[in-house]
Design a protein around this ligand. Structure first.
Ligand code: MN
Length: 739
């Protein structure tokens, strides 16, 4: 880092220096051994980056990061947090580079500052209400170190405290964002104090009239309230002392926003709000919490239905306390919260209590409990195996299944991880999906298949008349996109099949000298219903997809004019391929297409499936159905066209021997071939070819035996192979799937 930036040339106004000194004092009082030089370096560097900037209030900009660091110091955050607080606006607003921060302060600080910057780049205000939850999740998902969120909350807190100098529009938008996004996150993280202040500040900004009226009303009764609370407090203290329950008792008037919400929610007047006045009893043990509750209920009548035991049943953010409302002196109802010191700390500071710097690594909670805490907080799915340097390695990967993206107008699109711009397009509208030809992500053109990331702003480029491509099926992640794409592709292919089928029928009719004009619509309808389809068009589609031959259909339509078998008509349908020697089985009894007899079926040459084996059929247009072993490597690529897949099954009867190729790797020793062949003859299988050769690629004495043999079914093949394996000297056996 250059001398110029941190040298004395940067003369901060005395007030600024003082603000920094008081930060140092705060940290020194808390942690005498802290590296204050590292803190000062962060301050100096930040001040020099921001030196030309001023806040809207006219103060030097560095005042803001200093106050943020003060807030973090009050929360007793660690050095990384404080440095991040000081530097948090440098990447966004100044010429600072992440590498510079990494070099000067280490990877943690650089990463945290970067994290805060990323969050700041997203404007969250003025979005639809129902998107708030998505946005909160997104912020947490974008954060890989919870300290980023803590710094962001401190930043927001200071911005809210000083919001007065902004334009009214800006104020409203920041306050809205605060109440919808940041206060709930603070609540989620159990940071009651931060949440309370954020809410009250936002409330004052958004509803100044109501806030003022409510505050005035509460304020007007302040003296009365205080006198009343003092009386109650000393009364309770006396009673608790008599019962030997050590405790401190606090009386308080509830915050304006929480009273406002209660008024709005329950449509009641201020006099009826139990919770305006509240007393908090903080004691030393859980046992004494319940003892104190007994003392309170002994003294005053509880309001029915308002006793809540959050000790036995902690809230999801791990808040624990006993709550009760009682009718106190003069018939005034008030709320009593009872908790231990530990619970109190967690209620006030939440997750921050767990992130506090611990002197000498002493940690009263232990990492295990921290992890449990976090899991609770963020519904953490994954196991944390490493409990080592928890602070720096922690990943808040809580919504790892989802990615949060935006339309250019700021609508949030929640998509599955790895979702592509195509998924995004279909999420916007089917027509946008069908016609999308490109995507602009964060302003630059990105491939349609590139996965989207959290916070991406996605603009879809469309072209009227464009059709979805079949490859999209392999890259999309949402079922919505997949279904829409498939729908369009099916419709297109079906239209093609109908056309092909109709032509095939006409051609076959011409060949047979049959006039299609003589076939009535009623006959066609009847045939359609015989084949289990609705319309003539569907019949053509069956022809086009090869599920039915033109001749079969004509035979059905005009039985007396079309001969039953081809025997009398020597020329077979020209589109049918000739059977390979051991391949084409035609409409024999070996394999059936489920639900349709007489469909031309042949065993694929690449794998020669054998009886009993799992098989899949694949419609090869115009050639019938190719049947593959489910193990065949070709199946995967063929089945890409899912529409062409068809269920096939082995016929119950039939025992035609089927050829299978096997390779046996053996020791090169005399007599082994004899043993192998005698196994085959005892199984009465026919050997078509057998070839043994030395394996010269290996130095040891090994040989390879290729056998092409006929087997009846899978069971027999398994028997043969198992017998082979038992022959001494046989090392390995493979079934060959390619030609
Ligand atoms: Mn800031």
């Amino acid at each position: 880092m250059s001398e110029l930036l941190i040298g004395p040339a940067v003369a901060n106004p005395p007030l600024v220096e003082e603000l920094y000194r008081s930060l140092e004092d705060k940290v020194r009082a808390l942690r005498p051994k802290e590296d204050l030089q590292a803190l000062e370096r962060a301050y100096r560097l930040s001040a020099s980056y921001h030196r030309t900037q001023k806040r809207k209030s006219g103060e030097p900009y560095i005042v803001h990061p200093l106050h943020v660091a003060h807030i973090l110091a009050d929360m007793q955050m660690d050095l990384v947090c404080l440095q991040t607080g000081l530097l948090h606006d440098t990447l966004e607003d100044t010429a600072a580079k992440p590498e510079e921060l990494r070099e000067a302060f280490g990877a943690d600080v650089a990463r945290c500052v970067d994290g805060v910057t990323k969050l700041s780049k997203i404007s969250l205000a003025n979005r639809e209400d129902r998107q708030a939850e998505s946005l909160r999740k997104m912020l947490l998902a974008m954060t890989d170190d919870i300290r980023v969120i803590i710094v962001k909350l401190a930043d927001r807190l200071h911005n809210m405290r000083t919001i007065g100098s902004l334009t009214p529009e800006r104020q409203a938008s920041i306050a809205q964002e605060t109440i919808e996004i940041y206060a709930p996150i603070a609540h989620r993280l159990g940071m009651g104090k931060v949440r309370g202040e954020l809410e009250d500040l936002a409330f004052q900004t958004l509803h100044p009239a109501e806030a003022e009226e409510l505050t005035r009303e509460i304020e007007s009764k302040r003296t009365e309230h205080e006198r009343w609370l003092d009386g109650v407090r000393s009364h309770i203290e006396g009673k608790l002392a008599r019962e030997d329950v050590p405790a401190r008792v606090q009386g308080r008037v509830k915050r304006a926003y929480s009273v406002y919400q209660k008024l709005k929610r329950q449509r009641i007047t201020l006099d009826q709000v139990y919770d305006v006045l509240a007393v908090r009893i903080i004691t030393d043990s859980v046992k004494n919490c319940y003892a104190a509750l007994g003392v309170i209920h002994n003294e005053w009548h509880p309001v029915p239905g308002r006793i809540k035991d959050f000790i036995a049943m902690p809230r999801p953010n791990l808040y624990q306390s006993l709550h009760t409302s009682v009718i106190g002196p003069g018939g005034t109802a008030f709320e009593v919260q009872i908790r231990t010191e530990e619970m109190h700390k967690i209620a006030e500071e939440g997750i921050a209590a767990h992130w506090k710097y611990k002197e000498g690594g002493k940690n009263p909670h232990g990492d295990d409990q921290r992890i449990a805490w976090l899991r609770q907080l963020v519904e953490w799915q994954r196991e944390m195996s490493d409990s080592g340097d928890f602070m720096s390695t922690l990943k808040v990967d809580l919504y790892s299944e989802e990615v949060y993206t935006f339309t250019p107008k700021g609508r949030v699109m929640v998509l599955p991880r790895e979702a592509t711009p195509i998924d995004f397009a279909y999420a916007v509208h089917s027509d946008v999906g069908h016609t999308c030809v490109g995507a602009r992500v964060n302003g630059s053109i990105r491939p349609l298949k590139a996965p989207l990331r959290n916070g991406d702003v996605v603009e879809i480029l469309t072209q009227p008349g464009h059709m979805p491509s079949r490859d999209w099926l392999a890259v999309v992640k949402t079922s919505r996109a997949r279904n829409r794409i498939r729908h369009v592709i099916n419709a297109v292919e079906r239209a093609k099949a109908v056309e092909i089928g109709q032509k095939a029928l006409e051609k076959e009719a011409r060949r047979l000298g049959l006039s299609l004009g003589r076939i009535s619509q009623a006959d066609l309808d009847a045939a359609a219903s015989d084949y289990g389809v609705g319309r003539t068009e569907d019949l053509y589609a069956l022809l086009g997809f090869g599920k039915l031959s033109a001749r079969q259909l004509l035979q059905k339509l005009a039985p007396e004019e079309v001969p039953l078998t081809e025997a009398a008509e020597p020329a077979p349908a020209p589109r049918l391929p000739q059977a390979p020697a051991n391949g084409l089985l035609g409409a024999d009894n070996t394999i059936h297409v489920k639900g349709a007899d007489d469909v031309l079926v042949y065993r694929a040459k690449c794998c020669n499936p054998i009886r009993g084996e799992q098989i899949v059929g694949y419609i090869s247009r115009g050639k019938g159905v190719a049947v593959h072993s489910h193990l065949c490597p070709n199946v995967q690529s063929l089945m890409y066209e899912v529409d062409r897949k068809i269920d096939v099954e082995w016929a119950r009867s039939g025992s035609d021997p089927l050829p299978v190729k096997i390779i046996i790797y053996t020791d090169d020793r005399p007599g082994i071939l004899h043993q192998l062949t005698s196994i085959l003859s005892s199984e009465s299988t026919n050997i078509r070819t057998l070839e043994a050769r030395g394996d010269h690629s290996r130095r040891d004495e090994s040989a390879i035996v290729d056998i092409l043999l006929d087997v009846k079914d899978k069971k027999q093949l398994e028997r043969v192979i198992n017998a082979f394996r038992r022959v001494p000297g046989v090392r390995d056996i493979e079934r060959l799937f390619t030609n």
